[in-house]
Design a protein around this ligand. Structure first.
Ligand SMILES: [Zn+2]
Length: 677
């Protein structure tokens, strides 16, 4: 080992080409546009990446050998630039007729410039061999969470923490542990041989092809990905894990957990095969890879990562039966799984187009919740996301497709995730589920294993639905902000007309919005579909009697801030007659704001027994805001919830409110509920 380090040659001495590092005038011109992020130019295309790696736990080094097969993208070239961050490069050679032909190269802290033996055309592939040492903990100018490769408790000093190694490639951090063209518009097949102490388990992308015991107490595991995917999705994990094997249509579905959590593998990840089946069915494209593994690691730098076929989760995903009982549902499994299609199979060509990965993954959460837990669960989750965006004014001015940013990490925000997911959820409502799903199928099949930009998604929806969607995409994907819609009503009793005023009060342009309006009159509901596009639009209807309720945005999928001039009578009618989660949520909100009104009492008492758990919790938590009489009247219901509610979060909320009453008669009830989980 020591010997190897001594052999490190200062690579800059081998090949110094001033030309390669000279900034061209074209590059300078591009820099005058503020922070414009162009899609990375493809000079060479990755074809295949073969790695052979082992680790020095003491130094936190990776010793790597790489055989990278490449071809010019279009124009002939005699050079290859690879991203290689903070590495020692020992040798670069061309693999020709089974022999290694040394190549001259120059490298700095970021990349290697390799001079090839000749000019290659794009019909020719070539394989370059690189012997290197990756030193992630010594990376210079590296930002937080950009180490790519992480050694956790490598010396084992912390007895409460397992010894682990894992990787995190997004955005462009895989090039800290192997030289590559570390851009999302590249795709490559992959083979990794990982040599580790034989007591450890390894996980990587694709199938475990071979396991070989070595004479020095180590074992070499070789993992193969025969289908191409981008370098940022390469992964490795090494440590003491127990594997639980499940399956979907004969494909391995496996869960890697620390040994003490292994008994709960099914409780944590058990819904995965059902989710794979559901997404395959919905998208009309079967899960495209040869296996699906999920692993939980320590000290992870993000919540989870959708590495192709081998997703990593942070430790918050682990839990025992009791801890998991307080988790009503997890959207993480659905999110990372949906990425296997959106992000891994079809990949955003640049971080500017990240919406194609992340907004779709959030949509995956919504589809899964709707299927598994009902429409209320999906609507509630979507609404939480929109609220998160609306409560952060800094995000209002940001386009969903963002070509201008200073740092790639900026794009990973509430606009790309929650607002983007809500925009797709709204589009699904506009197009109808069948056309929307067919559009996704077309997008996936036409762009399989390719990098994409947002127009390709638009074109797929347009081709399927026959509708022009430029207006929608320009407004929501290439534009920022949201409508601030004020809704008011005027009933004219003399001529029996109802006028609905829809005023957009946001600064700047008005939004074009298809709006569904339900009119409830005499026990009947009638739907009106209109499109508004001015700052002030109105709709006048002749009706036999004054309606009980006018429900604007009746599908509750519009991404907007809304102020509605409904009366409490109308909100009460809405709570009891309109069908959606948000209908009831809005009515409850109004009741909480207008506690003195008799109708508010009716809403809050019914909401305590609402069919959806988070409405029940909202009503329970709001009781404290009401007068003592309201709380006293609610005690029997709260006790009933503590005993019989199926949702632990509701029980906990009810216990909290009852606990504040400090009545000893409730002690028995509290003790009993502690033992019911
Ligand atoms: Zn994601």
């Amino acid at each position: 080992m020591q010997n190897l380090i001594l052999k490190v040659i200062l690579c800059l001495h081998i090949f110094t080409s001033a030309v390669l590092y000279t900034k061209t005038s074209a590059q300078s011109a591009k820099q005058t546009v503020k922070n414009y992020q162009e899609t990375p130019e493809k000079v060479n295309d990755l074809v295949h990446t073969k790695l052979d790696v082992k680790f020095d736990y003491g130094k936190k080094y990776l010793y790597g050998k790489e055989w990278v097969t490449v071809k010019p993208h279009f124009y002939a070239t005699d050079s290859l630039r690879l991203d290689a961050r903070g590495m020692d490069i020992h040798k670069v050679a061309l693999l020709k007729n089974g022999k290694l032909l040394p190549l001259s190269f120059a490298c700095n802290n970021s990349n290697i410039e390799i001079k090839l033996d000749k000019v290659y055309k794009n019909t020719e592939t070539y394989t370059v061999f690189i012997d290197y040492t990756a030193k992630p903990d010594e990376l210079k100018n590296g930002k937080k969470n950009e180490k790519g490769l992480y050694f956790i408790n490598p010396d084992g000093i912390n007895k409460d923490k397992p010894i682990q190694i894992w990787t995190e490639g997004e955005t462009e951090n895989s090039s800290v542990w192997f030289p590559t063209i570390d851009k999302p518009n590249q795709k490559t097949t992959q083979e990794i041989s990982i040599t580790v102490p034989s007591k450890y388990i390894t996980l990587s992308n694709g199938r475990l092809a071979t396991q070989t015991m070595n004479t020095d107490g180590t074992r070499t595991d070789t993992w193969k990905m025969e289908l191409p995917h981008p370098p940022y999705l390469f992964m490795m994990a090494v440590g003491d894990f127990k594997i639980y094997k499940d399956s979907w249509r004969g494909k391995e579905v496996s869960y890697y957990l620390e040994p003490q959590y292994a008994p709960f593998a099914k409780d944590i990840f058990g819904e995965t095969p059902d989710a794979i089946a559901f997404f395959s069915r919905t998208l009309g494209v079967d899960y495209p890879w040869n296996k699906y593994s999920q692993i939980v690691v320590r000290d992870y730098v993000s919540g989870a990562m959708e590495n192709t076929t081998a997703v990593i989760f942070g430790e918050s995903m682990q839990g025992n039966k009791k801890e998991l009982a307080d988790r009503y549902y997890s959207t993480g499994i659905a999110h990372e799984l949906f990425h296997q299609w959106f992000g891994d199979y079809v990949t955003a060509e640049s971080w500017s187009n990240l919406t194609l990965n992340e907004s779709l993954a959030v949509l995956g959460e919504l589809l899964w919740l709707e299927y598994k837990y009902g429409k209320d669960a999906a609507d509630a989750h979507n609404f939480e996301g929109i609220e998160g965006y609306l409560n952060n004014p800094d995000s209002w001015g940001k386009d969903l497709v963002r070509f201008n940013y200073a740092d790639r990490q900026e794009v990973f925000d509430g606009v790309t995730y929650q607002k983007g997911g809500a925009i797709l959820y709204m589009l699904r409502n506009n197009l109808g589920e069948a056309a929307f799903n067919k559009g996704l199928q077309r997008y996936l099949t036409e762009n399989a294993y390719k990098p994409v930009e947002v127009h390709q998604l638009r074109l797929a929806f347009e081709e399927v639905s026959g509708k022009d969607l430029n207006w929608f995409f320009n407004q929501w994907f290439f534009g920022a902000g949201h409508p601030d819609l004020h809704i008011s009503y005027k009933w004219d009793d003399s001529i029996h007309t109802e006028t609905i005023y829809l005023q957009q009060e946001q600064p700047g342009r008005p939004f074009v919005l298809p709006v569904a309006i339900d009119i409830y009159t005499g026990g009947k509901k009638e739907r009106y579909n209109i499109q508004i596009k001015e700052k002030l639009d109105s709709l006048t209807l002749k009706l036999p009697v004054k309606p009980d309720l006018i429900n604007v945005d009746a599908d509750k999928t519009l991404v907007l801030k809304k102020t509605d001039a409904k009366t409490m009578d109308e909100y009460t009618f809405q709570y009891f007659h309109a069908p959606l989660y948000l209908d009831r949520y809005e009515a409850l909100e109004a009741a909480i704001k207008n506690q003195h009104e008799k109708r508010s009492h009716d809403i809050i008492q019914s909401a305590l027994n609402d069919k959806f758990y988070s409405i029940r919790i909202k009503a329970i938590n709001a009781l404290g805001l009401f007068n003592e009489k309201e709380i006293t009247q609610s005690i029997p219901v709260l006790k009933e919830l503590v005993v019989n509610d199926k949702n632990n979060l509701v029980k906990a909320a009810a216990i909290t409110v009852l606990g504040k009453l400090k009545k000893t008669e409730n002690t028995g009830l509290f003790k009993q509920s502690l033992n019911t989980v």
